[in-house]
Design a protein around this ligand. Structure first.
Ligand SMILES: [Zn+2]
Length: 450
């Protein structure tokens, strides 16, 4: 460990405690609870859930109304099965009912840090965090980062969409040995600067969105023979991680890649361990997988942030599809596991017969084909798609043969109408905000022409 990292490792716990952010202590608690017997872990979840529901009934007008309407009392919830009978909360309802979903006691008065998030309709929603939940949520993410081998005080490079901060924040980042690339838009020159910074500054840990942020940097490093030194792990978040992307990042950064799944409102929901399982941060988020109208055969991820009392979200629907993955993990942690994400619902497309096609089928078909670095489905007619693929020239033959029977499978799985053509391209254009889209529905395709 370098001198600055060793020093930061010593003073950071004291600084966090002085700033009333006892992260090291919270992370220590979490490293105990992540190995509890499943029954004890469930009991912990249920106790936190019952406390939250009681708070909602007493101090949150929306939930008081809901319970009264159902003729129910918080005491009626004696198990997770009882809880699963409550209706789910959609983002549209959160937007419309924000004032009545805000707690009327001190939890609702101490909200911090507004964040904007966009729903399926693209309308932004401004959400505010409960400071205590934010603390627990960050501690859970720090625990997840610890699973990658990272230790407090080590240098970390973050490529994250983040609000600009003042001098105080800049000082804190410096003390935390945390470098943040927060530019939304970037060009080749910026990518070159980032890549050389990583090689020179030598962080141990790199965090960022795999397609829109880390892939261009990784490709640039390989093309210009820029070797990173000492990166131990890379954490990807916010976007689907394909097998091809994982391999590209592991090759360029010479480090193991860990995928993490979260949302603006629910913070870190699940994260990969050394053994490759996505473990749910069950102490802070209760996760359910629920079949809803739009999910067809699949299940939507439904989350209840257990420590969030400011604007509580009971059974909050995320537009992501996944499922429970039963069985024990080789790492020894008992936290429940989830399937790697199977798709986002925001990019659903409508076929000529009026049926909606979720990305579940579309993404599931290509996400595991080795050699695909990036892909995008573009709907060019109601039943026709271009499948754009970025793949190294030497992998194209194997990708092509892996996809050979895919059109047929795709046609079958969509009910016999839809077809797609594979097109190999060098790059796939990003949106103005720098995001990579996996599915571009008809009508929007024109705006994303390369
Ligand atoms: Zn594990």
């Amino acid at each position: 460990m370098r001198l600055d990292e060793a020093a930061a490792g010593l003073y950071l716990p004291i600084l966090y405690r002085l700033g009333r952010r006892p992260y090291p202590a919270l992370v220590r608690d979490l490293t105990v609870s992540e190995r509890l017997d499943p029954e004890r872990l469930q009991a912990l979840q249920l106790a936190r859930l019952q406390a939250l529901v009681t708070h909602c009934y007493e101090h949150v007008p929306y939930y008081r109304r809901l319970f009264d309407g159902l003729g129910a009392q918080p005491d009626d919830i004696r198990s997770l099965e009882d809880y699963a009978r409550l209706p789910v909360l959609e983002k549209e309802t959160l937007r419309a009912e924000l004032p009545s979903l805000t707690s009327t006691n001190e939890h609702g008065r101490r909200l911090m840090r507004s964040v904007a998030t966009s729903g399926s309709t693209g309308t932004p929603l401004v959400y505010q965090y409960d400071p205590r939940y934010f603390l627990y949520g960050w501690a859970a993410l720090m625990r997840n980062i610890g699973w990658t081998g990272f230790r407090l005080g080590e240098r970390q490079a973050w490529f994250a969409f983040s609000a600009p901060g003042g001098t105080k924040r800049a000082v804190r980042l410096w003390l935390e040995r945390k470098w943040l690339a927060k530019e939304l838009a970037f060009d080749e020159e910026m990518i070159d600067r980032w890549a050389r910074h990583l090689a020179r500054w030598q962080p141990r840990f790199v965090y960022g969105a795999p397609s829109s942020r880390l892939a261009p940097i990784a490709a640039h490093m390989l093309a210009h023979d820029i070797r990173p030194v000492g990166i131990r792990s890379v954490m990807t978040s916010s976007e689907m991680l394909t097998e091809g992307l994982r391999r590209l990042l592991e090759q360029a950064f010479e480090a193991k890649v860990f995928n993490q799944y979260g949302s603006t409102e629910c913070l870190s929901i699940a994260s990969e361990c050394e053994a490759g399982s996505m473990h749910v941060n069950a102490e802070v988020n209760l996760v359910e997988y629920v079949r809803l109208d739009w999910t067809q055969e699949a299940h939507a991820v439904v989350v209840t942030p257990l420590m969030n009392y400011g604007i509580p979200l009971l059974r909050y629907v995320l537009r992501d599809l996944s499922d429970d993955l039963p069985g024990a993990c080789a790492c020894g942690r008992t936290l429940p596991r989830m399937h790697p994400l199977l798709g986002r619902a925001d990019s659903s497309v409508t076929l000529s017969d009026g049926r909606t096609l979720t990305p579940f089928a579309m993404e599931g078909l290509v996400a595991r084909v080795p050699g695909i670095v990036q892909y995008q489905y573009r709907q060019i007619a109601p039943d026709a798609f271009d499948l754009l693929i970025v793949s190294p020239p030497e992998s194209r033959d194997s990708v092509r043969s892996a996809l050979a029977d895919l059109d047929e499978r795709f046609t079958t799985s969509t009910g016999g109408n839809a077809h797609f053509n594979v097109r190999f391209v060098d790059t796939i254009a990003r949106t103005k905000g720098g995001k990579h889209l996996f599915v571009v529905p008809l009508g929007e395709a024109r705006r994303h022409e390369t």
